[in-house]
Design a protein. Sequence first.
Length: 284
Amino acid sequence: MGRAEEPKVVPVWPGAPADDHAETIPPEKWLDPRPGDKWQKWVTNVTRPTLTIYRPPQEKDNGASVMICPGGGYHALMWDLEGEEVAAWLNSLGMTGIILKYRCPRRPGDTLGVPAPGPLKDAQRAISLIRSRSAEWKLDPNRIGMVGFSAGGHLVGATATNFAQRSYAPHDDVDRVSCRPDFGIMAYSGYFYPPAEQKLTPTVRVAPDAPPVFFVHASDDPVKGSEVGNSVMFYMALKLAGVSAELHIFNQGGHGFGVRQDGNPCASWTRLCEAWLERIGVTR
C-alpha cells in the first residue's frame, strides 16, 4: 500500500480551539508501547487538533477523501491501528486519508459516560476546512467522507447527524462552508445506545438528509459502551428516517480489529466497504 509523498500536517483551528478548557491538560505525549499489544502508537493530551494528510500515488488518485477518527474512549487516540493503517488502506483505493487528531482526554467538567463536546467541534471544523481547501488540495468537495473506530465511530455518527447547526460560534470564513460529510463509515462504534435508556442518545439527530452510512460490528464486542446494539439501533433509526445505510455484523471479531487482514472473518469488512463505496459513487 504505497503512498505518493510524506504526509502534510495542517492545524484545524487558527489558534486555540473553540470553547476548550485545557488549563489543566499536560503537554501532548505519546504513550509508551506495551509489549504484545496489537496497537503500539497512542497519543493523548491533545490541545491543538491537526489534520495529517496522506495522499495516494498520483496515478491512482480519484479525488475522494476520508477523514479518519481513531478510537480511544475520548481519552487517547489509537494512531497506528485506527489511523495510519487506515490511511494506507484508503490510499490503496485511490483516496486521500486524513487523520484527525482531535482533543483528548476529556476536559474537567465533562460528564463521564457522555461523549466529550470538544471532539465534535474539531470534527465539524475539520470537514469545513477540508472542503474549503478542496481546490488547493485537489479534492472533490462532494466526496469528503469520514471513517471512525469505537469512540471515533461515535464522532462520525455525531458529525454526520449534527451538520445543520454548529456546536460552536463561527470563527472565520471556513465555518461558512458546509460541515456535512458526504458519507460515513463506522466500525465497532459506541455511546449511541445506553442499554439502561433503551433509546438513542441526543448526541445523534437522525434526519432524512443525513449522508449514507456503513456500519460494521462484531457480536462478541466485549467493550462496555460499544456493544453491537449501538450499531444495530443507530442503523434502524437511519432506515426509519429514509437514510441509506448498510450494516454488517460478524459473529466473532471482538473490538479493535481495524483494517488488518489477519485471517479472521471480520477482516473481510474492508472488501464489503469497498464495494459499498463504489455503489454510492465515491470511488468512481
